[in-house]
Write a protein that binds this ligand. Structure first.
Ligand code: SF4
Ligand code: SF4
Length: 183
């Protein structure tokens, strides 16, 4: 009898405590500010395009060889709305093989990739753990919204700042009608 009462008391005590678990997958536990999830690609809002130029440095340095990328000529460079001659065309990370080491972030000189808060690997699709360019950019946008991320080197990497700097450094165009004397 005493044992039963003790058991009921323990159950009642735990019923009143705040739960320390979540009903996954309907609920997710919040991650800490410095949590390092899967890498995600960032978007340069000043040109509405990815920061990633497809330089392949991260692909070469990734210790598990889980990344692939392909670049192409940037049409926005031709029309003067971006300073990037080359831009990423295809990008893929096999999240099943990513060990979250952060090397890809460390070696990128273009503020293009960050360790996000993404940690969900469960998927109904056979290739669900292969994150393509669209998904990586979506994850990057979510990360920016949650963390307030800004590029570490905007003068060099943000198209808006880089183009403004280039325009300021360009020599002034000679005035037309050089033979006419000013009044
Ligand atoms: S994420 Fe950075 S290092 Fe990797 S391909 Fe893009 S620009 Fe290069
Ligand atoms: S975090 Fe490490 S393993 Fe994952 S993609 Fe980047 S370099 Fe590769």
């Amino acid at each position: 009898m005493i044992g039963t009462m003790r058991g009921l008391l323990t159950t009642a005590r735990w019923l009143l405590r705040r739960p320390v678990t979540a009903h996954y997958p309907e609920q997710h536990m919040p991650v800490q500010e410095r949590y390092m999830g899967f890498p995600a690609l960032l978007t340069d809002d000043t040109a509405d395009e990815p920061f990633c130029t497809g330089c392949m440095v991260c692909v070469r340095e990734c210790p598990t060889q889980c990344m692939s990328a392909q670049m192409h000529d940037n049409p926005k460079f031709a029309d003067g709305s971006s300073h990037r001659r080359k831009i990423i065309e295809e990008f893929e990370i096999n999240l099943n093989r990513c060990i979250l080491c952060g090397i890809c972030v460390d070696v990128c000189s273009f503020d293009a990739i960050e360790m996000s808060y993404e940690h969900e690997l469960a998927s109904y699709a056979r290739a669900g753990a292969r994150a393509d360019l669209t998904l990586l950019l979506e994850q990057g946008k979510r990360y920016v919204e949650t963390s307030g991320w800004t590029p570490a080197n905007p003068e060099k990497n943000s198209a808006g700042a880089a183009l403004a700097k280039k325009a300021a450094a360009a020599p002034a165009a000679p005035a037309s009608g050089g033979n006419e004397e000013s009044a």
